[in-house]
Design a protein around this ligand. Structure first.
Ligand code: F6P
Length: 491
């Protein structure tokens, strides 16, 4: 079983001569002003939730966009701040982006082109030349910051996600001694879909600047290999899952990402969490009702409207649940500058209003909609007080809410309703697996969750807990580092 200690030992032994640098667009801690004071928040991001415990265990430097309005106030002359603030374990080095860069690089090319292109949810990608230019420019900016940080030392740079597809190539051109691995946190679609991107060749070439390229599941690795095979000049070795281009080889591997199981499991037992459950129930007016929860970044890939339609369908078919159950949906606003997200928020508001109007009786209403950034203790309380949790993504690389929910249930209770179209569904076979597009079946799954006897809930939850306990975030990081070291040694 991998732990933070054994991961630390692995890094100390295998990467002893190397600087350890993680790079992502989203930063793990955001400083902002609230009523004149500087506060520090953690963003709603699977990526940062997963990587923060790895960095706490390994130390090193995390380079990311400084997106908070007070971020500049707390950094030193090298744009660095030690984090976590209460117990510093590593350095966060911030990269500053102009408003125009944020617009073209983040909202534009990353989230209006690559995000819908890689998720099969029927939202059309928008390809704009100026967004692409901004994307290239910001990848260069990240490269400069990394090269400055590395200087003439040896370094292992671990790049995250689709925002930085050109980075490893840029680093290799300037400093070929830097070892890079990249993890793509979202799905990789089939080659016919990816061909729609006018800059397909540049993106593939950029990613092949890495020594190791990871996806959540083998299917995404195969899609990537296939896209390269037909998209650009390269030798694709299907037996070894390696691609050689311009004399350098990149290994392509699946690494299902996970969470810090023990920490979440232990944390959920704290008195503070139990007190928060009481406080929340009072605040939300919840009594004896059975509770369903959804915890999401408000994104059109998450299947939030489908979830509400399933609740509507459940009450249509089984009106006896009126007044007996309640669904608490916590949603963190995200990318609201993008039109598709504005439309989604409107659709969700209208659906909630309509369903609550249709079924509410007295002070009871079926859906409690919390559009807010809940503090960690509130999220822990929601997971712990739920009778069932719904993850209904239309398409998702992994989905860590599913794994966090399982990890938090040290009471061995609670049912997970999980979309088949998440990476997590490959590992969590004891969830109630659903197709979120099939609303009637989805409603039946909610009924199953509500009616499931305790023995079955316990059995299913324990099996899922074993899977997440063993395949935790430390194993994920250790597998990547071990593979990289093996691959480097074999060259
Ligand atoms: O997990 C996919 C992902 O895009 C992460 O890369 C990102 O941190 C997270 O979702 C949240 O999105 P954003 O960083 O755009 O807020």
């Amino acid at each position: 079983m991998w732990t933070k200690e054994s991961l630390h030992d692995l890094v100390t032994e295998k990467l002893k001569d190397y600087l350890f640098i993680v790079v992502s667009n989203r930063e793990p801690y955001i400083h902002s002003y609230s009523s004149g004071q500087i506060i520090c928040q953690v963003p709603a991001s699977g990526l940062t939730v997963a990587l923060d415990p790895v960095m706490r265990a390994c130390g090193g430097t995390w380079i990311a966009h400084g997106s908070g309005d007070a971020d500049r106030e707390v950094v030193d002359i090298d744009n660095k701040v030690s984090v976590p603030p209460a117990d510093p374990r590593y350095s966060l080095r911030r990269v500053w982006l102009t408003k125009e860069e944020e617009e073209g690089f983040y909202y534009g090319f990353s989230n209006e082109a690559l995000w819908p292109l890689c998720h099969i949810v029927y939202t059309k990608p928008v390809f704009s030349e100026s967004d692409w230019n901004s994307y290239k420019q910001v990848n260069e900016k990240y490269a400069e910051s990394i090269l400055q940080e590395v200087g003439d030392r040896k370094a292992f740079v671990f790049i995250q996600d689709y925002h930085l597809a050109l980075l490893s190539r840029l680093l290799r051109e300037k400093n070929p001694a830097i070892v890079t691995a990249q993890f793509w946190h979202i799905p990789w679609p089939n080659r016919d879909v990816f061909r729609r991107c006018p800059w397909e060749a540049e993106i593939l070439d950029g990613l092949l600047g890495n020594d190791l390229l990871g996806f959540h599941i083998r299917y995404h690795c195969s899609n990537f290999m296939d896209t390269v095979d037909t998209g650009i000049e390269a030798k694709v070795d299907w037996e070894r899952y390696e691609i050689t281009r311009g004399g350098r080889t990149t290994a392509i591997r699946p690494f299902p990402i996970s969470v810090d199981f023990e920490n979440i499991s232990e944390g959920a037992k704290r008195d503070e969490v139990l007190a928060e459950i009481e406080r929340l129930k009072k605040r939300l007016g919840i009594g004896d009702e059975k509770i369903g929860i959804g915890l999401d970044r408000i994104d059109y890939t998450k299947g939030i409207p489908e979830r509400f339609k399933a609740i509507d369908c459940l009450f249509e078919k089984y009106p006896q649940y009126k007044g007996k159950i309640v669904f608490v949906q916590a949603g963190v606003p995200s990318r609201t500058h993008v039109k598709a997200y504005q439309l989604l928020n409107k659709e969700i508001d209208e659906l909630v209003e309509e369903i609550n109007w249709k079924y509410s009786e007295g002070h009871w209403k079926p859906i409690i909609w919390l559009r807010e950034h809940c503090p960690p203790v509130t999220l822990e309380a929601l997971m712990r007080m739920a009778d069932y949790c719904v993850v209904s993504s239309l398409h998702d690389g992994m989905n860590l809410v599913a794994k966090e929910f399982v990890a938090s249930r040290s009471d061995e209770d609670g049912v997970l309703i999980l979309s088949r179209f998440t990476g997590a569904a490959r590992e969590l076979a004891d969830a109630l697996l659903i197709n979120p597009y099939a609303i009637d079946h989805f409603a039946e799954a909610i009924r199953n969750a509500l009616e499931m006897p305790f023995e079955e809930r316990q059995l299913r939850m324990n099996k899922m807990r074993e899977v997440v306990r063993e395949n935790n975030i430390y194993k994920w990081a250790a597998d990547i580092i071990s593979d990289l070291v093996k691959f480097e040694a074999g060259r």
